[in-house]
Structures are given as C-alpha cells and as structure tokens.
Design a protein around this ligand. Structure first.
Ligand SMILES: [Zn+2]
Length: 277
C-alpha cells in the first residue's frame, strides 16, 4: 500500500496517525507531510506524491502536456481491465498519469521539471509517461532550459506490452536533445527506481542524485539472488551502496534537495551566461 492510499484510508476514518515503515514510531500525518514526508525520528523518506513534490520545488509553474492522456491500445485485462485500473488510479491520485511535467522557477532559475508518482500504478512507464518525458526534453531544449527529473518507478507498464518497452528508446533519444545543446539534465532517483525507467532515462542524467536509502536497480534483489544463487551484500541496490560504487553522484536528504538542485543548475549553466562561444 502506497503512502497516499494509507493516508486516504485513514483520512476517511478521521485517523491522523501512521507508523514509520522504518523505526515504527507513531507519526502524526499532518506533521509528517509538513516535514516533506520524512520521518522526524529516523529520517526515513516516505514516497512523496508528485504534486507535493512540484509545489515544494517550483514556484510560478504551469503544467505541460496534460492533454496527452493514457489509452488502452491492447484492450488488456488481468484481474481487472486496464481501463478500470487507469480510472481508479486517476481518481485516487487526482493525476492524469504517473508523470507530470511543469515549467517554472526553482528559486530564480527557470527550469523544466518532470516528476513521477509511485501511487499511480507503481510509477510504471507506459506510452504517455514516455511521450510526456520525450516532449519535456524537446520543450526544455527548444526553450534552452535545464531539465530535472524526479524519478520513482516499478518499471515498464505491462498492460501496454511492447508499446511500454518502446518508451525506453524514445526517452533515451529525448535526453540527446539536451546534450546537443549543452543543457544540463539532472535526475533524482527516489525509492524505488527500478526496471525500464532505471534502464533508460533515470541513469542518463548528467548528474545523478539519489535520496537516502532509496532502492535503485533494474531487477529486484530477490530475482537476482534466485538467478545467480548467491547472497547479495548488505545494502545492495541502496543509494549509499551505489554512491560508493560510483553509480550515483550524490545522496541528498529531501530537505536539502532544493538547494542542491539550485546550486547544480547555477554551476552547470554558468558558462552559458559568462562565456562567449
Ligand atoms: Zn522513522
């Protein structure tokens, strides 16, 4: 159960307390949300709804590509139809898809921000997530703006089959537009970042940040253990482990993320302002 579901369920019953997943402390939900969904006792980072993330990071923003809406091209059905699953996710999250894109001000720097939401079908990447991300890249490139992506994903959206996998190539191509113009593309990997998203645009950032203890990888640890028949080292696929191995550049606490991103944007765009080319 995602953080948002739990919050909603309890809100209906007018219960405003939850337990920390990590230290098991009893937490007052409004206080937890005011603390950016980070446990004040042990600093455990709960997943953060994309709208809250957007409001925290940007001001004077406007949403982009909201008119691109998910469809059900394969008429897919498992225990529930995909159409029904989409409708349910949209109602629960009040989002149109698992990725929202906005342009706005990070302090005083104009940026394009793409934010994923794990509460929307596990932050899975279907055609719309891929298309919106691709357009975010083109938009940032045309407007000569940096692109920041806050990522969380369970992987490809199986209900869209091959169309979902094709998004890996498309999103990767998208990041090339920024590269050609020398515009920074910064990714922030949050818990969890896995599957097709980690294997495409998540790890293509010029600078890759991660939130503390975030699970980051392609396949989950259980699948790897069963495949290679070996026990994995302690902390395998966690942000700190990946930092040690050079897969990510910085592990940043959520409270320091805005400052870190702002400084990185200033630093990486300095030459555009000050160097004649
Ligand atoms: Zn805690």
């Amino acid at each position: 159960m995602g953080f948002l579901d739990r919050f909603r369920k309890r809100e209906d019953k007018e219960v405003l307390w939850t337990k920390c997943d990590s230290c098991k402390s009893l937490l007052y939900i409004p206080e937890l949300r005011a603390n950016l969904n980070v446990c004040p006792k042990c600093q455990h980072h709960f997943n953060m709804p994309s709208k809250e993330r957007l409001q925290h990071l940007l001001k004077d923003f406007y949403l982009l590509f909201e008119d691109i809406k998910p469809a059900d091209p394969l008429n897919f059905k498992d225990t529930k139809s995909y159409k029904e699953r989409l409708k349910q996710a949209q109602e629960q999250t009040t989002l149109s898809e698992a990725l929202l894109v906005a342009e706005g001000l990070l302090v005083d720097e104009r940026v394009v921000l793409a934010v994923m939401d794990f509460n929307f079908i596990g932050g899975s990447m279907g055609s719309v997530v891929g298309e919106r991300f691709y357009r975010a890249c083109k938009h940032a490139s045309n407007r000569e703006l940096p692109l920041i992506a806050i990522i969380t994903s369970g992987g490809a959206r199986m209900q869209e089959g091959i169309l979902s996998l094709m998004q890996m190539a498309k999103t990767s191509i998208g990041t090339g537009y920024l590269k050609r113009k020398g515009l920074p593309y910064i990714t922030v990997l949050t818990d969890p970042t896995t599957g097709g998203v980690s294997a495409s645009f998540a790890f293509l950032g010029d600078i890759i940040l991660a939130e503390p203890k975030a699970l980051i990888g392609f396949a989950g640890p259980r699948v790897i253990e069963q495949t290679i028949k070996q026990q994995l080292p302690e902390g395998f696929q966690r942000a700190e482990f990946l930092l040690e191995k050079g897969m990510v550049d910085m592990v940043v606490h959520r409270k320091e993320l805005k400052d870190a991103l702002y400084n990185l944007i200033k630093f990486t765009t300095y030459w555009r302002r000050h160097v004649e080319v």
